[in-house]
Write a protein that binds this ligand. Structure first.
Ligand SMILES: Nc1ncnc2c1ncn2[C@@H]1O[C@H](COP(=O)(O)OP(=O)(O)O)[C@@H](O)[C@H]1O
Ligand SMILES: [Mg+2]
Length: 252
């Protein structure tokens, strides 16, 4: 379980994350929703120890993440960042191979190569394995980064807007991949999503953030509600339910 206590990050005297208490239970898929600037990325960065909080603690299965050695943490938890600045002159295989670094320390074994292949196959990028990252489309590059995270094979996998730049088919396939990672491989998947219908359809629980704070949390049918979402985003929308399936209609 990931637990956040009294967690805060501030810029220019303003709290951009201000969470007295938040629990992300083990297993399943948790979606984090909320408008731009809500603090979603900052929260994930602090959980993954990429950014230090100004107050509070994050614990992983009861242990303060600051006390977990770097290589141990990298085998238990990883994050796909929203902005992946990476050397363009790197091939897809090299990138995915980085995901194995916590295990191989740079010297890839047969098992590492097998994991790399498996991850490339999951995102359907085998034909592109020798391409440089700057020779890919935005969506292909995004899938290469997702493969890197999958190759790291951690129990906790955090994704920040993983569906960015993906076409509908690949968005669905990545969503199913995350679902399978949670269901079949028993991983704990936490992902920031903007598509409310994907969040409604594929997650076990949803956390809604706004202005650095927790607005509401719960299973999709408790969170995906007309009034709650109108309030969260400040736009006109409507939630309906057909055959038990939630549908969000957004009026522009
Ligand atoms: N390095 C920074 N300096 C100043 N403000 C920042 C910095 N990083 C993030 N912020 C601000 O923190 C708030 C939360 O950002 P972020 O966590 O990226 O939101 P989200 O991912 O929900 O869109 C935003 O208002 C953003 O402008
Ligand atoms: Mg963000």
């Amino acid at each position: 379980m990931i637990r956040v206590e009294n967690l805060g990050k501030s810029y220019a005297g303003q709290w951009v994350v201000d969470l007295p208490e938040l629990e992300l239970p083990r297993g399943g898929l948790t979606a984090i929703i909320g408008p731009n600037g809500a603090g979603k990325s900052t929260l994930l960065s602090m959980i993954a120890r990429l950014q230090s909080p100004d107050r509070g603690v994050v614990t992983l299965d009861g242990q303060d993440i600051l006390r977990i050695p770097g290589d141990t943490l990298a085998r238990r938890l990883t994050v796909l960042r929203q902005d992946n600045a990476m050397a363009a002159r790197l091939t897809v295989s090299d990138l995915v191979g980085f995901g194995r670094y916590p295990y191989s320390k740079g010297r890839l074994t047969g098992e590492d190569h097998a994991k790399i292949e498996e991850s490339l196959a999951l995102v359907e990028l085998q034909p592109y394995r020798h391409r440089f990252l700057d020779e890919l489309s935005g969506g292909q590059r995004q899938r290469a980064f997702i493969a890197m995270v999958l190759a790291q094979d951690t129990e906790y996998a955090l994704f920040d807007e993983p569906l960015n730049s993906l076409d509908i088919r690949h968005a669905v396939s990545v969503m199913q991949l995350l679902r399978r990672a949670a269901e079949e491989l028993g991983k704990t998947v936490v992902t920031v999503l903007h598509d409310l219908n994907f969040a409604a359809r594929h997650s076990d629980r949803i956390i809604a953030m706004k202005n650095g704070q927790l607005q509401f949390a719960g299973p999709p049918h408790q969170v995906i509600r007309t009034v709650a979402l109108r309030d969260l985003y400040g736009i006109d929308l409507n939630v309906s339910r057909t055959d038990g399936k939630l549908m969000v209609d957004i009026y522009g």
